[in-house]
Design a protein around this ligand. Structure first.
Ligand SMILES: Cc1ncc(C[n+]2csc(CCOP(=O)(O)OP(=O)(O)O)c2C)c(N)n1
Ligand code: SF4
Ligand SMILES: [Mg+2]
Length: 289
């Protein structure tokens, strides 16, 4: 439910981190369209299935196009959209379950092709929509509805995985600072290539990590989120890896590499191997008599 879409029968729980991500995405879309002087309809939101994916129905303000597809397949859908309409600003919104569990196999190929799309991933360490099962990022030992005696798998480290797979833009943030988050989402939209903004977005119902992220002095909790130092060089893979190895949640741009996008590579092949004209093709069928 939203002011623009009051009939959509879904509402995030009070305090859900996805509210902050929504606000940040709305700001980033406005900045992007204003700066590029493009209509809002030049933006396409491709949503996964999950509380996070419901974002596509809940955005306020001028509306982008949106598609709410099937669980785990945001990347193939976005790839299709971008291949057919390369001029569209194509943005995925998905959860840790959708993107990193069932959808994980698509990340590597998208990175190797350097498809020019942006992914905003809302990581709450749980499957929220289906009532609190463990996800790839749930902590070892976490008690969830699917792991009543504690999770026995080692958690995935999304940022390390993105770097290993060759994603050309990797930022990390959390939902509690939407103004800052909007800046990185906009940067990711501007990046020519495959970009991921990985957002810690707490689930107040099944995995409330606000205290852990932000800290609570009264409870003696230090807070695990830390701002990436200003002198960090995001063009250095080694520097990004070093930051990712530090404990806690980095806030900011970790890595950005400018390399040819899939479209550039395809154009290069077209230039080197121009297709035959219709007349040439017909000529090959001529019998010569
Ligand atoms: C193919 C398929 N498998 C499983 C489901 C059930 N399902 C719907 S949402 C979801 C997980 C959602 O978790 P996440 O992507 O982290 O989103 P969140 O709700 O936490 O934002 C699952 C397993 C489905 N809809 N389709
Ligand atoms: S279940 Fe969790 S992720 Fe889903 S809306 Fe509620 S707080 Fe948000
Ligand atoms: Mg989730």
């Amino acid at each position: 439910m939203s002011a623009r879409n009051p009939e959509y029968d879904f509402a995030w729980c009070p305090g859900c981190g996805d509210f902050g991500v929504r606000r940040a995405l709305e700001w980033a879309l406005v900045d992007y369209t204003t700066e590029n002087e493009t209509p809002h309809s030049n933006n396409v939101i491709v949503a996964g299935i999950g509380c996070s994916g419901n974002m596509v129905h809940l955005l306020e303000g001028d509306q982008p196009f949106g598609i709410h597809g099937i669980h785990g397949r945001t990347l193939p859908l976005a790839f299709g959209i971008k291949s057919g309409r390369p001029e569209l600003n194509t943005v995925i919104v998905a959860g840790d379950g959708d993107f990193l569990s069932i959808g994980a196999e698509h990340i590597g190929p998208a990175a190797q092709r350097n498809i020019d799309i942006t992914c905003v991933i809302m990581d709450n360490g749980v499957y929220g929509l289906t009532k609190g099962q463990s996800s790839p990022t749930s902590l070892f030992g976490a008690t969830t509805t699917s792991t009543p005696f504690g999770k026995i798998e080692t958690p995935l480290h999304p940022l390390k995985s993105y770097m290993t797979m060759g994603v050309s833009f990797v930022a990390s943030h959390y939902s509690s600072k939407p103004r800052d988050l909007a800046k990185y989402i906009k940067m990711a939209m501007d990046h020519k290539g495959f970009s991921i903004v990985h957002v810690q977005s707490p689930c107040t119902t099944y995995n409330d990590t606000y205290d852990i992220l932000k800290g609570d002095r009264k409870k003696g909790i230090p807070g695990s989120a830390w701002i990436i130092p200003e002198d960090h060089d995001p063009s250095s893979r080694q520097a990004a890896d070093d930051l990712i190895d530090r404990p806690g949640v980095p806030l900011g741009l970790l890595y950005k590499e400018d390399e040819p996008t899939l479209e550039d590579r395809q154009e290069d092949v077209r230039q080197k191997h121009p297709g035959k004209s219709v007349a040439d093709m017909l000529e090959t069928y001529a019998t010569g008599n």
